[in-house]
Design a protein around this ligand. Sequence first.
Ligand code: HEC
Length: 460
Amino acid sequence: MFFIDFAGNRLLFAIIASLHVFINHALAIGAYPVVTLLEYRAWRKGDTGRDELAYKITFVLFIVTTTAGALTGVGIWFSASLIAPFAIGSLLRVFFWGWFIEWIVFISEVVLILIYFLTWKRMSQGAGKKAHIGIGVILSVFSWLTMAIIVGILGFMMGSGHWPQDKSFFSAFFNPIYLPQLAFRTTYAMGVAGLCVWFLLYFFTSKGSSLRAGAVRFVSKWMLLWVIPFVAACLWYWNVIPDAMAANIDVALLTQRFMHWHSNLATIMIVTIAALILVAAAGLVRPKLIQSALLLIPFVLGIWLLGHFERVREFIRKPYVIADYMYSSGVRQSELPVFQRDGILKYATYVSHHRITSENTVDAGKDVFVVACSRCHTTSGINGMVSKFSDLYGDGPWDKDAMTAFVYSMHTSRTFMPPFPGNDREAEALVAYLKSLQTQHEYIISAQNSWTVRPIDQSE
Ligand code: HEC
């Protein structure tokens, strides 16, 4: 299995996925309707300056969505298949036709983006212009449809609804979280797209011009239009989150260490939303007031808000990767008793040792760590084992029995962790490996302190 130790697999995935979600929501789903509307209004008023502005903004959308947007979208597939092959396999089986349709819609979306941008100048008169605006509308619908399909799968991972009983595609797709999450993402995408278009139009208009003022007023109105639907969607979404998941929210928002910041974070979130509303209102009343540098603040806040929502969504469904079906460690709930009896290494595909002997205990323990813990932990990087166990048991040699007891009970004391999916021999090997990390870590620290560089045997 694939394992990046210094930063953790989660971080690799989080970076690719967050970038993709932001480009997809703000620039594809939200911004194409905004530019289409801008084009329509320019056409109605015969305002060629505004039409040219919409065209230039579309150029940026065209470049970013078809390069970084498409690449990160495919990147999600690559990284998910490397990190969680079993989870992605299960989702493919449940949603085969959903995904099949999604790919067709996605490819159509890319083709429509190309047509919309490349025919802008050619279709600028009379009936041609009308048809061009029509292409913009169809493109906007297709961009939204790709999300509407994927959200069925994302919602399923949080709450599988009646699917465990009837195993039907429709129960899986129209899970209880589907509509609220779709409403949340749609309203977010629309609102934040206004901000992105606002940001972009500063590059293509001159300071103090009436073109800029008019366009700023237009995007401000657009943003304000989405505020109430967005807040309503947030509340709706929050209300359908299952209780067991809501219980994870404290750790999800800020990790264990910073949980006591919680009330401050709620304040920061409310202030963020209030700041975005204020900026939109200012744009409407005094379009020349907000300068481009100042706009960076709400822009960054908007990105942060989405990134944080995604983190929380990913976290609260722990210990599952697919609700009530598969743990984040890639172990199906129904397989757990078998693994706990026979050991997980015996059945594991991506390990070097299938049997533990007295010679290979530490190496086999590493395999156990990789299959059972590495989805969420590194050895000494982010959320690393050395620092986690040092927090629990101090810097002296860790107690073997206490660690073994922790491994068996980790899912009860920390409900976001799945139960240990191995047998007694494997728990022992895992602990031996974890203890070797502590020794290795001390060795590295002492080597650093004495200013000598000595080779470290990684296999130890
Ligand atoms: C589904 C993800 C996941 C898996 C799999 C997982 N953990 Fe964790 N573990 C976490 C998270 C999240 C935390 C808390 C991090 C934080 O917020 O500080 C944590 C915390 C811990 C802590 C610190 C507990 C404390 O209260 O200070 C230890 C020790 C630990 N994990 C060991 C393990 C071991 C050993 C395994 C494998 C057998 C494992 N974990 C598997 C997610 C996971």
